[in-house]
Design a protein around this ligand. Structure first.
Ligand code: FUL
Length: 634
């Protein structure tokens, strides 16, 4: 063979090899894993990346000590004298909040902006002599401080005579249009699931029910929204943009799918507990938002100044919301001065500092982990630690289990891990475990959570270990695994595993309950919320032993998931030993008790009596007995 021939054969061989590798590269470049439905819209991804944002509940309720205004409070009572939306914005930024949702109109119908379609609004109040506009003031403050802005607009309107008739709808739509047109971009629109019931209704003072699925004509509402602000994510019990998490306590399930079965969940959906977990077989991308108030109530009540959630409690909620593939919507009840109360502000800022401290130093940043499978160069393991959200590691088709192993040169103390799936291709992982190297043996870290889904973000707290290795084992997935980030942290020696609630402090005068055995009575007075007294009738007679001046009754409802025996509306009266009424002291509803069964404090005119009667005029669930976890009289 001539040298020329030889050379040309070698050249041809190189060419073939180069072509093969080019083809292989070309294949690798086109070989992204196929998406697995359902998928998020870009706006839902942008929304979830916000992670924590604030709610502001403020309105006539703030000045009338109510959680749900009946619709008849006088606008003249709305009189914040030091209101400063910039103080809100500064506090929220310092608390790590990326945006804020304002109750532009709550159930009572009172508008925080001078809406021209009615006169039940801020222009009728003494605030800035009727020239104020809190939607404007807050949206301006947000622009100044780099926060995103959004609105809560209650579909339920307890002030309107036409509520529950078709006549109300054009009014409601024009409110929505007004808010969406005049105050810049909103990132979310919040439609509350609480709808219909008692109300003032223009003086009718009756109870109205609506067809919760059809009355508001949501398809029409979505058209309006899409035509004005297509980037806004719509919150509703069942989405479509993001969903309620099925509680008002601020946490999502450990297993939490970002999907729902389309069209199944509507406002008032009875199986709302499912919303904590999502529907594993859902076909609509509707991630969960965890709404919770920093205080027991959503609106400001001076008696809750001592009951603001502690920084540790908020940290716990962060891990169980953002760390459970949801967002955290933290409510600040602005006070009667028109400011975020200093205690709320201090606790929220401290909360943010703790989270920053615990999760800022990623011990595996820039490291190249060992992985048991890699789809190809574009999907290599270094994507897990390159601090980029857009690059991801993926496994080959058909590979739904894998190990990711990090080795440290020197033993490291660790107690937190963060995992993220590349959700533009869908949510996939169904089960994983986290292990650490103990000598030569891999052992699971000690934590008390199910390690099932990951989604946009999964955070896990575990007891501190000092180790030279950490391994994440993905045990099951809906398809090839696609993870974009892993973080391993040491949150400090004092970093908590969980926060455990103690029973709410209820101080009370001594009393006994007429006709109820001592053993049963104890359940309502032992300050253990796990034990619940159930009455046999719809009334309870409280014997103070002697004539005593009283002005407050405290009722802590059943805290179990079933929330048994919730009183919807009550009457409190001074009575005799047999329960014959001497004087009625107060009759009202326990607003929002079904969704938020917190300690209920009823204040009535001071009265001297030996016996008090609590009558349940209506139960949340008809026919149930009264359930009382704790009771107090002051
Ligand atoms: C609930 C409402 O009824 C509460 O008052 C509060 O606004 C909360 C965020 O949503 O459904």
């Amino acid at each position: 063979m001539t040298q020329i021939k030889k050379n040309s054969i070698i050249a041809a061989a190189f060419a073939i090899a180069a072509a093969t590798s080019l083809t292989a590269n070309a294949q690798k470049q086109t070989a992204a894993p196929a998406p697995i439905l359902p998928l998020p819209e870009q706006k839902q991804i942008d929304w979830q990346k916000m992670e924590t944002y604030a709610f502001i509940h403020f309105g006539l309720n703030t000045f009338n000590d109510r959680e749900w205004g009946y619709g008849d409070s006088d606008p003249k009572t709305f009189n914040p004298t030091r209101l400063d939306c910039e103080q809100w914005a500064r506090t929220l930024v310092a608390s790590g909040m990326k945006g804020v949702i304002l109750t532009a109109k709550h159930h009572d119908g009172f508008c925080l902006w001078p809406f021209e379609g009615n006169d039940y609004n801020i222009s009728q109040s003494p605030y800035k002599d009727g020239k104020g506009n809190i939607v404007r003031e807050l949206s301006d403050a947000c622009k100044k401080y780099g926060l995103k802005f959004a609105v809560y607009l209650s579909p339920w309107d307890r002030s309107r005579a036409d509520y529950a008739t078709p006549g109300y709808l054009p009014y409601f739509y024009s409110q929505l249009r007004d808010l969406l047109t005049n105050y810049g971009d909103v990132f979310e629109v919040w439609f509350d699931g609480a709808n219909g019931g008692d109300g003032y209704y223009g003086g009718a003072c009756d109870s109205r029910t609506i067809d919760r699925k059809n009355y508001y004509n949501y398809p029409r509402i979505f058209e309006i929204l899409d035509s004005i602000q297509p980037q806004a994510v719509v919150f509703g019990d069942g989405g479509p943009g993001c969903r309620w998490v099925g509680n008002e306590k601020g946490f999502a399930g450990e297993t939490n799918w970002a999907f729902l079965r389309k069209g199944e969940v509507y406002p008032g959906y009875p199986k709302y507990k499912e919303l904590q977990y999502g529907h594993a077989d859902g076909n609509q991308w509707t991630p969960a938002e965890c709404d919770v108030s920093i205080r027991p109530g959503w609106f400001y009540h001076p008696e809750e100044d001592g009951k603001v959630k502690s920084p540790d409690q908020l940290v716990d909620l962060y891990y169980r919301s953002v760390g459970h593939n949801a967002t955290l919507l933290l409510n600040f009840p602005v006070d009667r001065d028109g400011l975020i109360h200093p205690v709320d502000s201090a606790n929220a800022v401290r909360f943010h500092k703790i989270i920053e401290r615990e999760l800022s130093h990623n011990l595996v940043a820039g490291m190249k982990p060992k992985v048991s499978n890699e789809r190809g160069a574009e999907f290599a393991a270094k994507a897990l630690t390159d601090n980029s959200w857009d690059t991801y590691w993926a496994t080959a088709d058909g590979v739904t289990t894998a190990d990711i192993t990090f080795s440290f040169k020197k033993p490291q103390k660790i107690n937190r891990i963060m995992l993220q799936e590349y959700i533009p291709l869908g949510q996939r992982v169904k089960k994983f475990v986290v292990e650490y190297l103990d000598g030569k043996q891999w052992k699971p870290v000690s934590q008390n959570e199910e390690t099932t889904t990951i989604g946009y973000k999964r955070l896990l707290r575990f007891l501190t270990v000092e180790t030279k290795g950490v391994r994440v084992r993905i045990l099951d997935s809906r398809g090839p695994i696609c993870l974009n980030n892993v973080g391993v942290f040491f949150g400090g020696d004092d970093a908590q595993l969980t926060w455990s609630p103690t029973s709410e402090a209820i101080k009370s005068l001594p009393f006994s309950l007429v006709g109820i055995s001592e053993a049963e009575q104890t359940k309502a007075t032992d300050r253990d919320p796990q034990t619940v007294l159930f009455t046999t009738s719809k009334e309870l007679i409280i014997d103070l032993g002697k004539n005593t001046e009283v002005s407050q009754l405290l009722y802590f409802p059943d805290q179990s998931d079933a929330h048994r025996g919730l009183i919807h509306s009550y009457t409190i009266s001074a009575c005799d030993a047999k329960g014959n009424v001497i004087k009625t002291l107060k009759s009202d509803e326990f607003s929002n008790i079904q969704n938020n069964p917190i300690l209920q404090t009823v204040t009535f005119p001071a009265t001297t009596t030996r016996f008090l009667k609590l009558s349940a005029d209506r139960m949340v669930k008809d026919g149930e007995q009264i359930g009382i976890a704790e009771l107090g009289v002051k």
